[in-house]
Ligand binder design. Structure first.
Ligand code: ACM
Length: 281
């Protein structure tokens, strides 16, 4: 807060939760540890558990937004689970996408009751979006375009431009990039070319809150490597957000980064990739 930064916690649900269902198998569909990736959407115990977790998180973090994930739920267990089937029958839900929508909706109501607002990945659009949600569009910009056209607030963070766990060198196998990184051609120049409001009406564009870089660290073992993945691409994404699109000029920007930007990073002893202009070999 002293640095005018708001930290928004992400409490992932209903997928990506195998570490939780392993420790608390009673809130998974199978009831067995090391079996399910997702929380059970049929059992009441799941919601009691998550509301308790959210209570603690809300007390710890003053942010207006609480991110509740929503991405990449396999929903595999839900098809076979008696509790999930019962829930779907009683609520007349047609498929597991609608069951996920019920799940997120219920959590959203709870978070709203506590005076906060949810953010979710673009999967929360499937099966019916919840009323006050803000959408993070990561599987491209399609979800963000759809949501902003429907009047929802959106943060654009498509993999092609915003995933800083991808390599920043297009040369692939001969690359001097760290071994531990997703292969990708996400150069400094490509990030700079991103336009978060491309193809949107003025009204829809007003719902784009901004863009976000993601740095998933499962293949990033050290702080030094983390710094390398971030810079100088974060300069590009910052410039994208505070520039008028028509005023962008990559050569001028790249010159400023290689002089002023690199001097600043060196002075701070920051580990960065110092070849921002490399695009094709
Ligand atoms: C994501 O990268 N699964 C949001």
């Amino acid at each position: 807060a002293k640095r005018h930064i708001t930290v928004i916690p992400e409490i992932e649900m209903p997928g990506h939760s195998e570490e939780v269902t392993s420790a608390y198998p009673e809130i998974s569909c199978s009831g067995k540890a090391y079996t399910d990736y997702d929380f059970c959407a049929g059992k009441e115990a799941t919601f009691t558990f998550l509301q308790n977790v959210l209570d603690e998180v809300i007390d710890l973090f003053p942010s207006h937004y609480i991110h509740i994930g929503g991405d990449e739920a396999s929903k595999g267990g839900w098809h076979k689970c008696a509790d999930c089937k019962k829930r779907m029958e009683s609520l007349q839900l047609k498929n597991v996408d609608e069951l996920q929508s019920y799940f997120i909706n219920r959590i959203e109501k709870y978070v709203n009751q506590r005076g906060r607002q949810i953010i979710g990945w673009d999967e929360i659009l499937e099966g019916g979006i919840t009323p006050n949600a803000t959408v993070m569009s990561w599987r491209g910009t399609k979800g963000g375009i759809e949501a902003s056209n429907r009047g929802f607030d959106v943060i654009m963070t498509p993999t092609d431009y915003c995933y800083f766990d991808y390599c920043q060198d297009p040369r692939k196998q001969e690359s001097d990039e760290p071994i531990c990184a997703f292969w990708g051609d996400l150069t400094f120049e490509k990030v700079y070319s991103f336009n978060p409001t491309e193809g949107l009406s003025k009204e829809a564009a007003s719902h784009i809150l901004g863009a976000q870089a993601n740095v998933w660290t499962e293949y990033i073992p050290t702080n030094e490597q983390l710094e390398y993945m971030i810079m100088p691409r974060l300069f590009s994404l910052s410039e994208v957000q505070w520039s008028e699109m028509g005023n962008k000029n990559f050569e001028r920007f790249s010159d400023r980064v290689r002089t002023w930007g690199f001097d600043m990073l060196r002075a701070k002893n920051f580990n960065f990739r110092n070849k921002p202009a490399v695009t094709q070999e």
